[in-house]
Design a protein around this ligand. Structure first.
Ligand SMILES: [Zn+2]
Length: 239
């Protein structure tokens, strides 16, 4: 196939830029599935779960304390009633009965108060846990936001870099003939479509060619494109 030196250089440039484009595409794919984001997301999920559990415990403690306070109020009411009955009673048998009941009510009250104290201490500890979980969650969220921001910026940069490469690519395509472009497209995916002959080695498939083959390639007319007998790549011999 005929190719002027300008076309041969444009073909080499086209192959080089296609390599850069595929690197840029890989980079964009890497950015989109960054593992550091997965880690941050997992950390956030864990923190959210811990917070949910701590808040659930807080709710349970609050209702237990509320129930206990109701019980205490009932006991207090009964004690007040018994005390007033005691003050107005003159029957010794009644008095003994009321005193007996008062003693057991006082005992119940002290048990309830002890239990309440225990629950209040637990609630204090739980409040600290909730606060710590909220802080951990906030930190994990801001870490994730920061990573997302960085990834987005890197992605935007990579995508705009890719657009520039595509523009440049068009310039090289404009310099080659339709026939060369067609062959180039046919070779893409099978091999590096264009390369230089480096000594005895094909720059596309990196195979060492025989001396006779290299002589033949070197003796090809300057405006003619040689082909690698191994990988079929277009071989450029101009310097
Ligand atoms: Zn080759």
């Amino acid at each position: 196939m005929k190719a002027t030196s300008v076309e041969q250089q444009a073909l080499l440039d086209l192959a080089a830029i296609d390599l850069e484009i595929s690197r840029a595409n890989r980079r964009i794919a890497e950015i989109r599935q960054a593992s550091q984001r997965d880690e941050a997301q997992a950390k956030l999920s864990l923190a959210s779960e811990k917070l949910l559990i701590a808040r659930h415990v807080a709710d349970e403690l609050s209702s237990e304390i509320a129930r206990l306070e109701q019980d205490l109020q009932l006991v207090d009411t009964r004690i007040a009633q018994d005390k007033s009955r005691l003050a107005s009673s003159s029957n010794p048998r009644d008095i003994t009965g009321i005193q007996h009941e008062l003693a057991s009510l006082e005992k119940r009250k002290s048990n309830l108060e002890e239990l309440e104290l225990e629950l209040l201490v637990r609630r204090e500890g739980n409040a600290a846990e909730v606060a710590a979980a909220v802080a951990a969650r906030t930190e994990a969220q801001s870490e994730l936001d920061e990573i997302d921001g960085q990834l987005e910026a890197a992605g935007v940069k990579a995508v705009s870099g890719l657009a520039l490469l595509a523009q440049q690519r068009e310039k090289y395509v404009a310099l080659i003939s339709a026939e060369q472009h067609e062959l180039y497209n046919k070779l893409v995916g099978k091999t590096v479509p264009v390369a230089r002959l480096e000594g005895f080695t094909c720059g596309a498939c990196n195979l060492a060619l025989s001396g006779a083959t290299v002589d033949e390639i070197r003796s090809t007319a300057k405006d003619e494109l040689a082909r690698c007998p191994e990988c079929a790549a277009m071989l450029v011999t101009i310097s």
